[in-house]
Design a protein around this ligand. Structure first.
Ligand SMILES: Cc1ncc(COP(=O)(O)O)c(C=O)c1O
Length: 393
């Protein structure tokens, strides 16, 4: 049996008529850039988040640096995040011209650890970027308290958790802006690249609208800007898909529960933790081998058995070759949890269109590896515990 990592084609086939109709609407309108479909989707996205504004942009990376730029953050400023996120979080800080400051992640959720943030703050600190990693929200209540105390801006990198919420807060409720990626592999993905910013701040809305369009919101009138727009064809695909996002996230949660029940009792790896009161939307279902040196063995076993498992992200940003490429970067203290996450993580296939047979097959393959390795681990423990004759080496 083969279990793929993504279900893009299955998803398209399931709602082909809805997507095709929206795309045809765009094609027949003749308006492909900043046309009526983009406007419509921006309205739908803002409504979905309960925010005043949504602005479609070229991709999720641009969304982060455009938000930072709109907030006036750039050269000379420091922005705090954590190093076990996708590279683009830090990349966007560098594109904005600021210095990336990395603190450790929470050992349970792998999101930024609020307890590590205050020690990293200097007079140059201007913002914090929490990432809702793997589909679960960072602790925005604690982070917001710190941001308010130190008068810092907050930009949520929500590339991975559309439809999630935390205990007592919604995404984009407590921040200056939340950024979204619509690259195909995300929970809400278009057929290519796309991104957006959702915000309640009218200045962020107005500035990003201009910045994304060559500094212009009137023909022939420009200020400094860029070309980073969400095309209407993508907006049409996303408008069709947005209606299904809650049901798709429910399915992800259903598969996560099945993995969790099936793999409970395994002793060689840990399962993801969902915090009480949080809705984790399982963009990724990430397990961690207890011994980092065994991660590649489990990964190989799964891949050789036909399970397309992957790692997110096996090299932390500060451990990438050449880091920091002449850009401003600082590690605020040690980051053992982030490094352990990078060394131990394995993502199991996770998408709404999985089948019970596929999930059960993945569970069976992971369990057989666990059994074999748990036995060898306990045999070596038994050997170590056995009294050795004097002189034995
Ligand atoms: C956490 C995170 N931030 C930012 C991005 C960047 O998004 P994009 O690929 O759309 O530029 C991604 C995904 O690719 C991501 O996972």
């Amino acid at each position: 049996m083969k279990v793929e990592f993504y279900g893009h084609v299955r998803q398209y086939q399931n709602i082909k008529n809805e997507i095709d109709a929206r795309m045809q609407e765009v094609l027949l309108s003749g308006q492909f850039v900043q046309g009526p479909m983009l406007k419509r989707f921006e309205g739908e996205l803002a409504k979905y988040h309960g925010t005043k504004y949504a602005i479609g942009v070229g991709n999720g990376t641009d969304a982060i640096w455009l938000a930072l730029m709109a907030l006036g953050i750039g050269p000379g400023d420091e922005v705090i995040t954590h190093p076990n996120t996708f590279f683009a979080t830090a990349e966007a800080i560098w594109i904005a011209g600021a210095t990336a400051v990395f603190v450790d992640c929470c050992p349970k959720t792998k999101c930024i650890d609020p307890a590590r943030i205050e020690a990293a703050i200097t007079p140059k600190t201007k913002a914090i970027i929490p990432v809702h990693l793997y589909g679960q929200c960072a602790d925005m209540i604690a982070i917001k308290e710190i941001a308010d105390k130190h008068r810092l801006r907050l930009v949520e990198d929500n590339a991975q958790a559309i439809g999630a919420y935390g205990q007592g807060f919604k995404i984009a409720e407590l921040s200056d802006a939340a950024t979204i990626s619509f690259i195909i592999q995300k929970n809400l993905g278009t057929f290519g690249d796309g991104g957006a910013i959702v915000t309640n701040n009218p200045e962020v809305d107005a500035r990003v609208r201009k910045l994304r369009n060559h500094g212009s919101n009137a023909r022939n009138v420009h200020s400094y800007g860029f070309n980073s727009r969400l095309d209407d064809l993508h907006a049409g695909v996303l408008s069709a898909k947005l209606k299904h996002i809650d049901a798709w996230n429910d399915l992800r949660r259903q598969w996560a529960a099945r993995y969790t029940a099936g793999l409970r009792g395994c002793t060689t790896f840990d399962l993801p933790v969902e915090l009480p009161g949080y809705r984790h939307v399982y963009h990724l279902f990430v397990i961690e081998t207890r011994k980092p040196e065994l991660r590649d063995s489990l990964l190989d076993h799964l891949v050789k058995s036909g399970v397309d498992a992957k790692t997110h992200y096996s090299i932390a940003i500060h451990q990438q070759a050449g880091y920091p490429w002449g850009k401003g970067a600082r590690l605020a203290g040690s980051v053992p949890n982030a490094e352990a996450n990078a060394a131990r993580c394995i993502s199991l296939p996770m998408f709404p269109e999985l089948t019970e047979e596929e999930v059960d097959y993945v569970i069976a393959r992971a369990k057989e590896w666990d059994k074999a390795n748990a036995e060898s681990a306990s045999a070596s423990r038994r050997r170590a515990a056995k009294p050795q004759p004097v002189g034995a080496s």
